[in-house]
Design a protein around this ligand. Structure first.
Ligand code: GLU
Ligand code: ZN
Length: 272
C-alpha cells in the first residue's frame, strides 16, 4: 500500500507552499488507495514552538485533508542515538567543531575528517567516501525525474548528529520514514539533493528504500520559493491568517489543485 507523508517543522506558521505540499502528498495517497501521514519534525530545539503543531492540524483540517498522525520526532530520540552509535562504531562518523565562519560556505571541505577524539560540543559528520566504499554505488528513483545515481558528497560530509540535538534532519527524517512505513517520500524540489544523503543512510542502516516524489514549489514573482524565513507565513500567504479571516479552506485547496494560484504566485523550481 502506498504511504505518503507531510512532515512540517513547527518553527513558523505554514504558508501556501506547505498547503501545496500537503495536498500533493494527500492526493497521491488517496488516488492510490493508500495512507497519508502527518509527522511533526520538532527536534530543532532552539526554533521549535510546540503550540504551532496544533495550528498546523487546524490548517490541514481547514483545507479538507484527512491524515493519520505518527509520533513527533521529539519522542524518537533513542532511535536516533542508537543509529548514530551504530555508525560511529563502524568508524563512519567523526566529530567536527568547526564554526560556521570557519567552514565559510555551503560546502564542508572535510577539515576534521579522521579525528578520533570525542569533544563534548561536537557535531558528528558522516565520512561519505568511507561510507560509499562500504555501500558501493547507489541509485534511487524519483517518480518525476527518474532514476538518480546517488551523489551524497555534493556538499561535503553531512552532519548527522548536531551539537544541540541527537540527530540532524538527514538522520531523523530517514529513520522516521522507514519506521513509519513511508513508500513514497513526498516533498519539495528544494530537498532533492538531500535525498542523495538519505539513500546512503538507508544502505548503511539496512533500511527499506522508498521511492520519492519531489514536487515543484510555489514561487513568488522573483522566482524564489515561499519561505518561512522570508515571512511568507506572515504575509498574505499564511494559512492560519487566511483561515482566521474566514476564507473557505476547501475552496482554496481546490484552486491549488487546479493550478489557480493567487496573483504573483506560480509553480517553479524555487531558486534560493
Ligand atoms: N521538516 C522539513 C521542513 O519543514 C521537511 C522534511 C521532509 O519533508 O523531508 O522543511
Ligand atoms: Zn570540522
Amino acid at each position: 500500500m502506498e504511504v505518503t507523508r507531510f512532515a512540517p517543522s513547527p518553527n513558523g506558521p505554514l504558508h501556501l507552499g506547505h498547503a501545496w505540499s500537503a495536498i500533493v502528498a494527500h492526493d497521491l495517497a488517496r488516488k492510490r488507495g493508500g495512507r497519508f501521514l502527518l509527522r511533526i519534525e520538532d527536534i530543532d530545539g532552539a526554533r521549535s514552538q510546540p503550540q504551532l503543531a496544533d495550528e498546523f492540524r487546524r490548517d490541514l483540517a481547514w483545507l479538507g485533508l484527512e491524515w493519520d498522525e505518527v509520533p513527533a520526532q521529539s519522542t524518537r530520540l533513542a532511535a536516533y542515538e542508537a543509529a548514530a552509535d551504530s555508525l560511529r562504531s563502524r568508524g563512519l562518523l567523526y566529530p567536527c567543531t568547526c564554526t560556521r565562519a570557519e567552514i565559510g560556505g555551503p560546502v564542508y571541505r572535510g577539515t576534521c575528517r579522521g579525528r578520533t577524539d570525542a569533544p563534548r560540543d561536537a557535531a558528528w559528520r558522516l565520512d561519505v567516501e568511507r561510507a560509499l566504499a562500504m555501500s558501493g554505488p547507489l541509485e534511487w528513483t524519483d517518480e518525476i525525474a527518474g532514476v538518480q545515481r546517488a551523489d551524497p558528497g555534493f556538499a561535503g560530509d553531512p552532519v548527522l548528529v548536531r551539537k544541540d540535538a541527537p540527530a540532524s534532519y538527514h538522520l531523523a527524517a530517514t529513520l522516521d520514514d522507514a519506521a513509519d512505513g513511508v513508500t513514497l517520500v513526498t516533498r519539495g524540489r528544494d530537498l532533492f539533493s538531500a535525498t542523495h544523503v538519505h539513500r546512503l543512510l538507508q544502505a548503511l542502516l539496512g533500511l527499506p528504500v522508498p521511492r520519492w516524489h519531489h514536487h515543484l514549489l510555489l514561487v513568488e514573482s522573483d522566482g524564489r520559493k515561499l519561505a518561512k524565513r522570508r515571512g511568507s507565513g506572515a504575509a498574505g500567504f499564511g494559512l492560519a491568517q487566511r483561515r482566521l479571516a474566514g476564507e473557505d479552506g476547501r475552496a482554496l485547496a481546490d484552486s491549488l489543485r487546479a493550478h489557480r494560484f493567487p496573483s504573483g504566485i506560480s509553480l517553479g523550481e524555487g531558486l534560493d
